[in-house]
Design a protein around this ligand. Structure first.
Ligand code: NAD
Length: 467
């Protein structure tokens, strides 16, 4: 993965070597942490009004301070480890990569480009202005990454932000917000530009959404919270669930496709919303694809009874994933199934029919069903069906430009990765910037500072056209 600079590699080694008691800190007031949502929003509102008087250079300095909080070796190590301990999901090594990515590749103030129009009637500028106080709801799957990414984008655009973290990731979220506050204070920023509360809950999130001083809502999470913010009557950005299919046709470099798929699917134990969740392979390529996936750490289940037992183990009766298995490793899941696989197993694969719950549900665990299709057109059609209109992410391995184009046009996902692992779509080994708030439902797509800003027009009449 290209995001792994020497520094990241060293920290990853350090995280892996670490052992000992959990490092989870107890929440405490101060440093942007408030007892009530009302107090948090009021403080953020005062901070945001003070922030309006600061220069763009000062904003850039504050953004730099947020980046350096996460890039500090001690913080990167302990926050990555805390996240896995508190949520019981994912793996430290990949959290380090994701946190580094959020800190280094989220756009800052440079994202706010000005448009200018001049003519006989003078000069008009269109600029990006802050909303004010933003309420941001963050998930368990990327808690620290989303807080870093949202804080950078929202402060770059001149806002203050009140976070409502997932209750199951509250300690690590509070710890990060506290560290951000200390770094901003050192930089001379107004106090309380980034705040939260001691005990986040569904009720406090509701209070935040209803607070009249919260001008915009940004929800990163599953369908329920996206629907809730979109019904709030406020300007809202919804970054919701995905179920990314990966299509493989006969023209693909099958050996590379197999490796890319296992790499993408196993990243952070399949927690990322962009990660490969099911494969649709043309019949003529499927056997060789499976053969090569097994070379890269895929463990194949072929027995129908074992696949059924796995289903009963990891899914609830309504086919939703059981929380205790979300973000767990393939080795852990196999062990619970009574199968003692090699330690380096990364993904559990099996052939499945299109309607199987492993195909249709967003599992967020390294279980990857493979559906056979008669040809590439049929594979594309199946991919569209199983993506379920989320318009989130899709992946295709093919050398046929016409078919790549066809799938891109028809599936309409925010991210479409061709011939690479899914994480190339968030700038790990792919070009462009990153975001951990991918807003398919509301159309902002890969959010950045300008997504958190209002477009305003500034008109000077009869002057400043100097052509
Ligand atoms: P979740 O929906 O359980 O929780 C997300 C946030 O919403 C949490 O802060 C939670 O407390 C809050 N929330 C949920 N229901 C609520 C309600 N009724 N009232 C008030 N608050 C509520 O999601 P999760 O398990 O933390 O994260 C995984 C989900 O998020 C997956 O579906 C994944 O695809 C999605 N996700 C999407 C993106 C994206 O950028 N599109 C990024 C990360 C995760």
């Amino acid at each position: 993965m290209t995001v792994q600079s020497d520094v990241v590699e060293r920290i990853v080694r350090r995280v892996l070597e670490m052992s000992g008691p959990p490092v989870i800190a107890a929440p405490a007031e101060g440093d942007g942490i408030f007892k009530s949502m009302d107090a948090a929003v009021e403080a953020a509102d005062i901070a945001q009004r003070a922030y309006l008087g600061r220069s763009m250079q000062e904003r850039a300095n504050y953004v730099a301070a947020i980046r350096s909080v996460m890039l500090d070796e001690e913080n990167l190590t302990s926050l990555s480890r805390m996240t896995v301990e508190e949520t019981g999901m994912g793996n430290c090594e990949h959290k380090v990569i994701k946190n580094t990515l959020a800190a280094t590749k989220t756009p800052g103030v440079e994202d706010l480009t000005t448009e200018a129009m001049s003519g006989d009637n003078g000069l008009t500028l269109v600029e990006y202005s802050p909303f004010g106080v933003i309420g941001a709801i963050t998930p368990t799957t990327n808690p620290t990454e989303t807080i870093i990414c949202n804080s950078i984008g929202m402060l770059a655009a001149g806002n203050a932000v009140v976070f409502s973290p997932h209750p199951r990731a509250k300690n690590v979220s509070i710890q990060l917000i506290r560290l951000i506050n200390r770094a901003l204070a050192k930089e001379g920023a107004p106090a309380n530009l980034v705040v939260t509360i001691e005990s986040p809950s569904l009720e406090s999130t509701q209070a935040m959404m209803n607070h009249p001083k919260v001008r915009m809502l940004v929800a990163t999470g599953g369908p329920a919270i996206v629907k809730t913010v979109l019904s709030s009557g406020k300007k809202a950005i919804g970054a919701g669930a995905g179920n990314p299919p990966v299509v493989v046709d006969e023209s693909a470099d099958i050996e590379k496709a197999a490796k890319d798929i296992v790499d993408g699917c196993s990243f952070d134990n399949n927690l990322p919303c962009i990660a490969e969740k099911e494969v649709i392979a043309v019949d003529s390529a499927a056997d060789y694809l499976i053969f090569n996936m097994k070379k890269h750490g895929a463990f194949e289940l072929t027995d129908a009874e074992t696949i059924e037992r796995l289903k009963e183990l990891v899914l609830n009766p309504n086919n939703s994933p059981k929380t205790e298995f979300v973000g767990k490793s393939a080795a852990y899941i196999l062990d619970r199934l009574g199968i003692h696989a090699p330690k380096d197993v990364r993904v559990i694969i099996m052939e499945a029919a299109k309607g199987h719950p492993f195909v249709m549900e967003e599992l967020m665990m390294p279980i990857l069903p493979i559906v056979r299709a008669s040809d590439v057109d049929a594979a594309i059609q199946i991919a569209i069906e199983v993506e379920k209109g989320n318009r989130h992410t899709a992946i295709m391995h093919s050398r046929n430009v016409d078919k790549l184009t066809k799938m891109g046009k028809l599936i309409q996902t925010t991210i479409f990765v061709k011939n690479g692992p899914s994480y190339a779509g968030i700038a790990v080994g792919g070009e462009g910037y990153t975001t951990f708030t991918i807003a398919g439902p509301t159309g902002e797509g890969l959010t950045s500072a300008k997504s958190f800003a209002r477009r305003r027009k500034c008109v000077l009449v009869g002057a400043m056209d100097i052509r």
